[in-house]
Ligand binder design. Structure first.
Ligand code: F6R
Length: 263
């Protein structure tokens, strides 16, 4: 795993937006896997600015979101459909028919999940999968103990996730939907590249385990150690429990130096 440690969230955003921008300039019909949550908001804002100011073109881009709650309408203010529309889709020139988000109803979920997987394959697979990480190490809504080979499916959320998401539902855990449809860990692992973002000390333990701990279903993000092309862009807070911070910084500095000599 390549670990890029940045001093601030703003710098984390700048580095991750640059990675997506470069990929999009190379491949205009990029297939992006997208996450919701607070972590990627700055990334979406930065990409929207690149579109507005530099004309970064999303017209041929296809997207697949990781997950969506079930049991609330997709028009709910805190559904992931609404989140994506608000924070990203409405701010760039992406075609609505190219944007895919899991359904928010339970009826027909098995058939839906199969079709979602097939749609990813038909699109040529995900080029870059943006990921956040839960405090408990979840990716997507793949909670601890999720099969590391799991596919898109209906999943019950843990108490820790319900509590983390309660502020969006009036502050009460009872109001948070208890289930979601999520891409599986195996689905995520098929992305050609993963871009894991984490900010703040509350993510430090999850990042330390994901990057330097043993690979275990108890910390689904740890499976990314087996992914051939995962870049983790994290800030100092999220890096604060890593053992090899100096080495990761040295690796990144050397790479930047080499790249600057090439140009
Ligand atoms: C959301 C998702 C989740 C979040 C994770 C971190 O689509 O896949 O795994 O990435 O819960 O959420 P934040 O960024 O709000 O801390």
């Amino acid at each position: 795993m390549e670990i890029i440690i940045q001093p601030t969230y703003a710098k984390l955003v700048a580095v991750s937006a640059q990675i997506i921008r470069d990929a999009l300039l190379k491949k205009p019909n990029l297939v992006l896997g997208l996450a919701t949550g607070s972590t990627p908001i700055g990334l979406y804002e930065a990409l929207a600015r690149m579109h507005k100011i530099d004309g970064l073109d999303f017209s041929k881009v296809t997207t697949f979101n990781l997950d969506e709650y079930v049991g609330i309408p997709s028009s709910h203010p805190y559904s992931y459909h609404t989140f994506m529309e608000t924070h990203f889709f409405s701010a760039v020139n992406i075609s609505p028919e190219n944007c895919h988000i899991p359904q928010s109803i339970v009826v027909g979920h098995e058939e839906f999940c199969e079709k979602y997987e097939a749609a990813i394959v038909n699109a040529g697979g995900i080029d870059i999968q943006v990921l956040g990480v839960g405090k408990d190490g979840h990716i997507g809504f793949n909670e601890p103990s999720s099969s590391l080979g799991s596919r898109t499916r209906l999943k019950t959320l843990t108490q820790s996730t319900l509590e983390a998401n309660a502020p969006h539902f009036g502050g009460t855990v009872d109001a948070v939907p208890k289930m979601a449809i999520t891409m599986g860990v195996g689905t995520i692992m098929e992305a050609k590249q993963c871009l894991l973002l984490a900010s703040g000390e509350s993510k430090a333990e999850a990042i330390a385990h994901a990057v330097e701990g043993s690979i275990t279903a108890e910390v689904p993000a740890s499976v990314l150690q087996m992914h051939p092309r995962t870049i983790a862009v994290i800030d100092e807070g999220a890096a604060s429990q890593l053992k090899r911070v100096d080495y990761y910084k040295q690796v990144y500095a050397n790479k930047q130096k080499l790249l600057s000599q090439e140009h």
